[in-house]
Design a protein around this ligand. Structure first.
Ligand code: ATP
Length: 653
């Protein structure tokens, strides 16, 4: 077939030293990973690709990593793809001589647009073959597409996408379209990527006398090599936790080797960390069981918004460069000009730079009272003008992660707290330290819990105070922080943050608008949104209207192929996974129709929420940060009635 694009899938995926890495090499790697289910195998396949890149074209390691993670820049920069499906269909249609309707029909036949796009490319005749795509060029082009804004940007974006798409060979188009959609769906978690990087640099050291040597692994005894990989993985993972920026990490790795990482890449004011998170507990009793014999401290759990405050500075704090990041590492600085201008009052003269972990809470300055979260959520989210701010906040500081260039995350909480109180001032109603008490009896905890609720808080955070277990576990949901909310005392424990994936048309009083929604939890392993419940209660009429307007921005033609649900729950309209809602429920039960956590508790049944009700929108969580399938399984299993059943002898009758 003379018109068909010509390429050799193996030869064209190879390259020589110094040459740009062909995009086909990465696409082929991703294709194999997609077809693999064993995590270790995935790590090995990816590490082989990384080894070649490190040995031949190390400067392409960064764009390779970004493309594998579907990221364009450090996560906290917030540069994201996620181009509307219709635009992608338009681009594919214009390049292959089809109408959008034809492309849509093909996407439905194939189950996804990316596959339809690949098929259309492989059967397409072209007059002139476009030059092959290189990894660095694809990454740069995607970055350009994401950065295009404004009215005229749509056509420019479509044009850029077309120029990439016509140059695609083989599975390149599938991964290109998926990247543009904002989801790669090969089942590759970032932790596996870091592991693959460790394995690659252990096998092909990028720095030092054996640089680029491809056969280190073969020469070393297996045990020695295994512990080398483990050491590398631990170093890379901890460094990445403290300094989540590949643009800083990779040059050190490539030039100085893994062991130089802790020295060069450290916790830095300006680079937000993923926060430490807590485990739910269901009562004071459980705290004593978990922390048996250990000393712990209780703090009031304020109901506001997490604020990670970074103040850089060399000889003195540079307040104009201070940043406030959300739980999600989003830059919230422009939301809080009032907090920024109060910063000098918080820092004593001894502070040159710092990173603080805090909760910003709506505050009634006249009556000196904490206000509910709902009030805080009415505050302008971006570019607030200090003079116009109506909802005042008090910031409750509960942790100190860095002081004067010294990272404190590995220090015990008792030490961090001591430094916090020594070097920072409280200013009532503006800056306060989280109310705390080092309790040692159940009565004391119960008493403090009641006080916290009287003080308009959600309950308590109970934290280990001394020793290794009290260090700040970056990015971890740690058992060393327990949350005890007043609502846990009855019911199922924690609330659940679920993703809205569909809606049903309303009837009766709700005719003409949405009457109910389909919500899902996220399974990171399977990269799936699994249906968890239908939701129709907890909304005011006003809520329903605002929520619908918000959701309609995310309407899509049909369910994504990574939505897992039963046909009986087919929604009337579908949404891209974008909005996260907090829900409460009476309990969790096994369900033959819902798919949440399927296979984790029962091989064929999922878990669903009974009597779910809407609580609020979680602006600060991305869909991937919604309650996970594992957490749902855990919540199900820790219900008293399920625990009791499990200990009952099984009756074979
Ligand atoms: P999760 O993912 O655990 O559900 P979440 O964002 O829903 O997290 P919660 O479950 O409500 O939050 O509990 C943890 C949050 O409580 C922290 O992220 C922080 O914003 C808030 N918080 C309030 N007071 C404190 C405190 N004293 N110490 C730590 N966190 C606190």
């Amino acid at each position: 077939n003379p018109g068909k694009p010509k390429y050799h899938p193996v030869k064209d995926a190879c390259w020589s030293k110094g040459q740009k890495v062909p995009y086909l090499a990465l696409a082929k790697t991703l294709e194999i990973i997609e077809a693999t289910s064993a995590r270790l195998k995935m790590v090995e396949i990816l590490s082989n690709y990384f080894r070649s890149v490190i040995a031949l074209t190390p400067e392409d390691l960064l764009p390779s990593i970004y493309l594998c993670l579907n990221q364009l820049a450090p996560a906290y920069v917030g540069l994201e793809l996620g181009i509307a499906e219709t635009y992608l269909m338009k681009a594919v249609g214009q390049c292959t001589g089809r109408s959008v309707a034809q492309v849509r029909a093909a996407a439905q036949r194939c189950g996804e647009l990316a596959l339809a796009a690949q098929q259309a490319r492989t059967t397409q005749r072209t007059m002139f073959a476009a030059p092959p795509l290189a990894v660095r060029a694809v990454h740069a082009a995607l970055k350009e597409v994401a950065a295009m804004t404004g009215h005229a940007s749509v056509n420019k974006k479509i044009g850029k996408i077309q120029s990439l798409y016509v140059a695609c060979r083989h599975s390149e188009s599938k991964f290109l379209i998926r990247s543009l959609e904002g989801k790669l769906r090969v089942g590759l978690a970032e932790q596996s990527l870091l592991q693959a990087l460790a394995l690659a640099v252990a096998s092909t050291p990028p720095a030092g006398p054996r640089a680029g040597c491809l056969d280190v692994a073969k020469e070393m005894p297996a045990d020695e090599f295994k512990s080398l990989v483990e050491e590398h993985a631990a170093l890379i993972k901890t460094t990445y936790c403290e300094c989540p920026n590949y643009e800083l990490l990779l040059p050190v790795l490539l030039q100085h080797g893994v062991r130089a990482l802790p020295q060069h890449c450290r916790l830095t004011p300006g680079i937000p960390l993923k926060p430490m998170l807590a485990h739910p507990t269901k009562g004071v009793h459980e705290i004593f069981t978990r922390f048996e014999g250990e000393r712990f401290t209780c703090e009031w759990k304020y109901d506001g918004e997490r604020a990670q405050i970074h103040v850089p500075g060399d000889q003195a704090p540079s307040y104009s460069d201070a940043r406030i990041f959300s739980r999600n590492q989003e830059n919230n600085t422009s939301k809080y000009p009032d907090v920024l201008s109060r910063l000098p009052a918080l820092l004593k003269d001894s502070v040159r730079n710092c990173v603080l972990d805090c909760e910003s809470v709506a505050y009634d300055t006249v009556n000196k009272k904490i206000l509910p979260f709902q009030i805080l959520s009415t505050r302008k989210r971006k570019d607030a003008d200090e003079a116009q701010i109506k909802v005042q906040v008090c910031v409750f500081v509960f942790d100190l992660l860095l002081l004067n260039g010294r990272a404190l995350v590995r220090e015990p909480l008792a030490e961090r707290r001591k430094l916090l109180r020594e070097h920072f001032n409280e200013c009532p109603g503006e800056w306060q330290f989280a109310e705390s008490r080092d309790c040692s009896t159940m009565e004391e905890v119960q008493q403090f819990l009641e006080e916290s609720i009287k003080g308009s808080c959600e309950g308590l955070m109970v934290k280990m105070l001394h020793g290794d277990n009290s260090k700040y576990d970056i990015a971890r949901r740690s058992h060393n922080w327990l949350k005890l909310k007043k609502d846990y005392l009855e019911g199922v424990g924690d609330s659940i943050d679920a993703v809205v994936i569909g809606a049903y048309h309303g009837r009766g009083k709700r005719a003409g608008r949405y009457g109910g929604f389909l919500l899902a939890c996220y399974d990171a392993e399977a990269e799936q949104y699994q249906s968890l419940c239908k939701l129709g209660t907890g909304f005011s009429d006003q809520d329903l209207e605002t929520l619908a307007t918000e959701l309609d921005k995310h309407l899509i033609d049909g369910p994504r192929n990574y939505y897992s649900y039963d046909a009986s729950h087919t929604a009337d309209v579908w949404f891209a996974a974008a909005r996260v809602w907090e829900l409460r429920c009476a309990d969790l039960s096994l369900s033959p129709a819902h798919r949440a956590a399927i296979g984790l508790v029962d091989p064929d049944k999922g878990i669903s929420l009974r009597f779910p009700r809407f609580i609020r929108v979680r602006e600060d969580k991305t869909p991937e940060e919604a309650t996970s399938a594992q957490q749902i399984a855990h919540m199900y299993l820790s219900q008293d009635q399920v625990k009791n059943q499990a200990t009952k002898p099984v009756n074979d009758d």
